[in-house]
Design a protein around this ligand. Structure first.
Ligand SMILES: Nc1c(NC[C@H](O)[C@H](O)[C@H](O)CO)[nH]c(=O)[nH]c1=O
Ligand SMILES: CC(=O)[C@@H](O)COP(=O)(O)O
Length: 216
C-alpha cells in the first residue's frame, strides 16, 4: 500500500540570516543515492534560502546510522576545542599588547616577551565552532529486529548529543519500512509527489542555530 505522500514541514515564515553560521552534516554511506539526495536538499535550503556560505558547510561520512551520534559528538568537540584555541591565541596577542591602545588602527603583533614571534594564526581549518549539526541517514527495515534496535539507539543518541553539548543536532534519519517510503521522503519517487525532507532539516538547522546564538 502506498502511504500518503508527505509534504514535509511548512517553510519558515521567512528566510533567516545564516551568513555567520557554520554547520556540520554527518551522513551515512548506507543507501547512498537516497542519502546523497537528502544531503543535497539540506545544503540547498541552507545556501539558497538562508545565506549560509557553502564553505561553512562541512560534510563528514560514517559507515551507518548507528555511528552518527558518536561522530556528531566527537566532531563537535573538536570544533569547540579548535575555537577555544583560536580565542586563546587572540587573548594571548591581547596580553602581548598590554598597555597599547587596542583601538589603534596600526596595531600589530609584537615579538613575544620571550623574543620569539607568537605563532602566526594558521590558515588551516576554520576555528569557528559548529553552530548546528545535521545527522543524515536512511534506515530501511530488513527481516530482523536489527532495524528497531538501531532506530531507537540512533534517535536517543542524537538527541543526547544535542542536549549534552548545547548545540542543536537535527535528526535527519529516515526510518522506513520500504525503499519507496525513503524515496518519497527524499523527493526522489518516480511519481514526483514526494518532498525532500533534507530541505526541512537544513532550514531547521539554521533556525535552531540562531535560537542557540540568540543573546539574552
Ligand atoms: N541496515 C542499515 C544500517 N546498518 C548498519 C548500522 O548502522 C551500523 O553501521 C552497523 O551496525 C555497525 O555499527 N545502517 C544504515 O544507515 N541504514 C540501514 O538500513
Ligand atoms: C536497518 C538494518 O539494519 C536492516 O537493514 C538489516 O537488515 P536485516 O534485518 O535483514 O539484517
Amino acid at each position: 500500500m502506498i502511504d500518503e505522500f508527505h509534504k514535509g514541514l511548512e517553510p519558515a515564515a521567512a528566510p533567516q540570516d545564516g551568513s555567520n553560521l557554520r554547520v556540520l552534516i554527518v551522513r551515512t554511506r548506507w543507501n547512498t543515492p537516497i542519502v546523497d539526495g537528502l544531503v543535497d536538499g539540506a545544503k540547498k535550503a541552507m545556501i539558497d534560502q538562508h545565506n549560509v556560505k557553502p564553505e561553512n558547510i562541512v560534510v563528514e561520512s560514517v559507515p551507518g546510522a548507528y555511528e552518527l551520534p558518536f561522530a556528531a559528538k566527537k566532531l563537535l568537540e573538536v570544533s569547540q576545542i579548535r575555537a577555544a584555541e583560536g580565542a586563546n591565541d587572540l587573548m594571548g596577542s591581547v596580553n602581548l599588547l598590554d598597555g597599547l591602545n587596542l583601538n589603534s588602527p596600526t596595531i600589530s603583533r609584537p615579538a613575544s616577551t620571550t623574543g620569539t614571534q607568537p605563532a602566526a594564526a594558521s590558515s588551516g581549518p576554520s576555528k569557528q565552532a559548529f553552530d548546528a549539526v545535521i545527522c543524515i541517514g536512511v534506515l530501511i527495515k530488513g527481516s530482523t529486529m536489527h532495524f528497531e534496535y538501531i532506530c531507537d539507539a540512533v534517535s536517543q543518541g542524537i538527541m543526547r548529543v544535542g542536549l549534552d553539548s548545547g548545540v542543536p543536532v537535527i535528526f535527519g534519519v529516515l526510518t522506513c519500512l520500504t525503499e519507496e517510503q525513503a524515496l518519497v521522503r527524499a523527493g526522489m519517487d518516480k511519481a514526483g509527489k514526494g518532498h525532500n525532507h533534507g530541505l526541512d532539516w537544513g532550514s531547521g538547522a539554521v533556525e535552531m542555530a540562531l535560537l542557540k546564538n540568540r543573546s539574552l
